[in-house]
Design a protein around this ligand. Sequence first.
Ligand code: ZN
Length: 351
Amino acid sequence: MIDTAADLRQEQTADYRIFELSGNHYTIGYQMGIATDLRPVENWRDRETELAFARACADELARFHPALLDEFRGYAAAQGRPWEEVLPHVSNNLPEGVLPGCTTFALRLPDGHVLIGRNHDFLYSRRERYLRRLFPTGYLASLGTQAGFIGSCYDGVNQYGLFVSVHTIRAQIAERVLPGLPPYLIPRILLETCRTAQEAAVQMQEMSFLSPFNYLIADPQDMIAAETYPGRVHIYRPQGTGLVITNYYRSPDMRSFHGRRNLTDHVERAQWIEARIGRDSPRDAAAGWAWAQELLRDHSVPVCHHQPNQATFWSLVADLTARRVAYCLGAPCRNPYQEHPWPENNAPQTT
Ligand SMILES: [Zn+2]
């Protein structure tokens, strides 16, 4: 049952903004701190324990992308906040039970182009929906989305044609979670420090993860799935031309983490896209561009969602080979895809 008016209202009143930010990470953080409000992190227990854990997570982040911590420092400085108030964004972990889905596919077309389609779905209540073009000094440029967590990225592309996306997983709560990285910082780390999917996969094998999540990583030559759980990562490549990732583990050795949770919607969504790829996969990049958009607007499975606990906030189509990318801000069935310049490392002129 869809309340169309409520669904439209949540989209029209959400905070959709596009940022173009350059300079060092501190400057990027400072600019975000001026322009946005700090997203609260609710699920902290006792403060001292959580702060100690968050500091250890910040140490983990420093192993992979120390400059990204400067973005947190800049954000805190802009709002006159002590470090402790932004630290929860380094260690945040979503409680289970409210996690909706996301859908991403990567497809190698007969002309060799790698096509990406992606819908990001979340709860109506999440209003921060930012698209950011980032040109950080000394790191790779990227275009990607953010929903309020400092330094985060949910999906995006970098200047070398690398793509990364995140997918929540409902799974058993891990008995022990060591300090590690929250899911939303991982695409950001990979997009700013890696040139290829293989490099990103090697990085991921070194990381420790706070939450169960899937990632799709692709470049013009390669596509990789990374299934993660605290203390575990399983990386695989597809057998055929396509890779479809939703919100469940495919690897047999990861499957048991789901317990008895119902995965039907996530499995059906993936299977429907795989069937479409098998049946009417586009011949070339030009046909693929429109085909991907049509697929992401689908309401039959559905791929495009309109429920309070699962609404499609934005959608992306990219041709990694042609360096072509478009974002649709809002549900793709009623909003246009807008092409954006491919991110390059020559930062835009600022006045
Ligand atoms: Zn729709």
